[in-house]
Design a protein around this ligand. Sequence first.
Ligand SMILES: NC(=O)c1ccc[n+]([C@@H]2O[C@H](COP(=O)([O-])OP(=O)(O)OC[C@H]3O[C@@H](n4cnc5c(N)ncnc54)[C@H](O)[C@@H]3O)[C@@H](O)[C@H]2O)c1
Ligand SMILES: O=C(O)C(=O)C[C@@H](O)[C@H](O)[C@H](O)COP(=O)(O)O
Ligand SMILES: [Zn+2]
Length: 352
Amino acid sequence: MKMTVDLKEHSYPIYIERGILKEAAERIAEVYRGSKIMIISDDRVYSYYGEALKKNLSEKYECTETVIPHGESSKAFETLPGVYSSLLEAKISRTDLIVALGGGVVGDLAGFVAATFLRGIKFVQIPTSILAQVDSSVGGKVAVDLPQGKNLVGAFYQPKMVLIDPDVLETLPERYVTDGMGEVIKYGCIKDRKLFELLEKCGSYENLKEHLTDVIATCVDIKRRVVEEDEFDTGERILLNFGHTLAHTIEQHFHYERESHGEAVAIGMYQITKIAEEKGLTKKGEAEHIRKVLEAYKLPVKADVPLPQLTEAIKLDKKTLNNKLKVVLLHEIGDSYTYPTGQEFFDGDRMV
Ligand SMILES: NC(=O)c1ccc[n+]([C@@H]2O[C@H](COP(=O)([O-])OP(=O)(O)OC[C@H]3O[C@@H](n4cnc5c(N)ncnc54)[C@H](O)[C@@H]3O)[C@@H](O)[C@H]2O)c1
Ligand SMILES: O=C(O)C(=O)C[C@@H](O)[C@H](O)[C@H](O)COP(=O)(O)O
Ligand SMILES: [Zn+2]
């Protein structure tokens, strides 16, 4: 299946197809006619798919790789000098291409490198985790984390192509299957009640597996439409941040070492919906629906930290505009909206 993200001169195709990784060189040739490619990957993903991809790309291109340690802690400034050095060593120029092979960490970091190296070189996303396939590889948000907060340094920088091969999910560790389901459930909550109901009906990842390619395509299509409407995150795109106000502060609070991104988003979605229900801002009963689905997919709904301890980090949220924090709430499942407030929205002693 092929979709196009229509962003005028920054438009690009997304392929979603089992086994497409084996055709990477052929597909990439549709958008890149240069001679050199640098693959950026992490050690885990590279050990599964790196050499085969390199062999395939080497049929058409001169191909080298740089491999970073896996894990969120690599999405940091400290990783950048080593990656820039590898690019210099391989004599990568402005006309060459970076291929990001990995989960959201690799995609966000490699995209940031592509946006900044030589003031910008082309890149292609080959996402290998559920989270990266349904969310991070599309839309051009690239970033690194700071100790003070998530994604605080970054850019909007669109890839030239996204190649999604659901077959690679066979080797994804269970924890990251769960993690990715956090963002899948998010899409149901904000935009697609039918998707939410399918997730509810399947009741587990095992049962959902037969629908996986379609579910990935549904999520990507939602993201495509949102990004086409608001590439730079000033309106409609903020809806993709449902659950993220708390999620990012939870991740930061535990130094990116405890809850994964998808787990933190799960907690954020349930907690904010619970608060919104209490304030009469969301239809009663929706938090409970969300809790049940999150738990069916083995996701957490609370973190071991009192809410007031997170408010300092909430002050740094990128959705604070003109001193007003914009949180994303649901009228009901499938129908979301942004609500301007302050950090007092989260006043309360504990997560319930
Ligand atoms: N840019 C965006 O729009 C956007 C959207 C959502 C999330 N994110 C970011 O994405 C990051 C999280 O991404 P993630 O959950 O993919 O984490 P990740 O990149 O750390 O991948 C999770 C783990 O799975 C391993 N892995 C990935 N694919 C594999 C495969 N096919 N087989 C075996 N192992 C595999 C990785 O080595 C890693 O250990 C966070 O930093 C988050 O902020 C960005
Ligand atoms: O693409 C977007 O826009 C999103 O908000 C998707 C989120 O799932 C993702 O985690 C994103 O990186 C968050 O962006 P941020 O601007 O809140 O850092
Ligand atoms: Zn996210």
